[in-house]
Design a protein around this ligand. Sequence first.
Ligand code: NDP
Ligand code: 2IT
Length: 444
Amino acid sequence: MSPIIEKYIEIVKKRNPGEIEFHEAVEEVLESLVPVLEKHHEFVENGIIERLIEPERQITFAVPWIDDNGKVQVNRGFRVQFNSAIGPYKGGLRFHPSVYIGIIKFLGFEQIFKNSLTGLPIGGGKGGADFDPKGKSEREVMRFCQSFMTELQRHIGPDIDVPAGDIGVGGREIGYLFGQYKRIKGNFQNGVLTGKGIGWGGSLVRTQATGYGIIYFVREMLKANNETIKNKKVVISGSGNVAIYACEKAQYYGAKVVAMSDSNGYILDEDGIKLDTVKKIKEVERKRIKEYVKYHTNAKYVEGGCIWEIPCDIALPCATQNDINAESAQKLIDNGVFAVGEGANMPSTIEAIKLFQKNNILLAPAKAANAGGVATSALEMSQNSMRLSWTAEEVDAKLDGIMTNIFKTCDKASKEYGMPKNYVAGANIAGFLKVANAMMAQGV
Ligand code: NDP
Ligand code: 2IT
């Protein structure tokens, strides 16, 4: 490791013991920044990295709620307001039993650079709770969201911090969260959250945006390398919001998506995944992906299997962090994968990324490829400010333009710093420069 970044990594590990995902996210970004820090001493001299790795504010709070049996439950809630150099804090909320401060900090740190890449005025933040929505009734989810917002409301606002969804938080949860915010504040400030319902300030295409955006980015990356998505065999991990709409847009461009998963196992349908069935199971019934084989008996379900053992041309990890480790990456490479589009945040471990790069696999990095969701959230904020709504076609065209532009930005930065086709470095460098320059301009 270069000595120029070693001291920062040491600070992060010492100050944030045990927060391994946060350490990993910082290490990945800083490794890309070595040539930037060597060239721009002013960033080192002005403590830009020390300031970037320390969240501006982190809030931890109790979330007490009452379950359907009348029993008191207590979860832990978080909001990390990481960096506000280029706009109000912006980033999702994750409800998953694995959530702890290390996960929220890794996500918040990634969000700084991702939001910068969108070209829109949004800073970086993230939040969530160790609440498990699985197996909870509608009313339990509602009561949890109300209690969560009862504390969160004092820390957020349309010009302060604007949360949205992430794992376990979709349209239903945003509805309950907004209802409680409105009740406590006594006004209809719908710019405080994004991912809202269409009838009350939500943006058309926000639901689809992250998934569609990944495919727009991958399309541009393949085009720059004389390839296309058409007729390619695609494997997608996850079957949530991001996975479903990545699948929809990949199929639109003529790809053959053969597999999807959830945390219990994967389905393999060599005839091509029937997305309507997946949507019915996941979006309407909220059931497990294994239900798919009841409707399509030619498909198979593999309980506990590793989806990356399926041969494919393009892999789209759209579930969670560290989904592709070195072993899975090697398997994908041995089976002939030529491109990977990261839909989830940090889905590939640092070792997996190194293997992809060594084997010249085209890698669309998460903070660039999945930026379409937050970009469309920023478009939702614009519409809320104007008290106007754009049509689906208008929002989709803007999203496509933003993703195309993000690819160009990453490509250009990777070339400028002597690492052509290294879009991981390109994304980290371009995302960093805008934030670092803003921090320099605004003083310590
Ligand atoms: P959802 O909750 O809609 O879906 C998550 C999917 O990933 C489910 O299929 C879930 O399976 C699976 N999954 C979650 N955790 C695990 C785990 N520990 N092991 C295996 N599978 C798991 O979330 P999203 O689709 O919104 O988010 C997916 C990823 O995309 C996350 O990394 C998120 O941070 C990222 N992202 C989301 C954006 C958005 O706009 N929603 C924007 C940018 C990135 P199961 O049901 O079994 O838990
Ligand atoms: O990781 C992400 O970018 C998100 N979960 C979306 C954040 C947002 O504010 O829309």
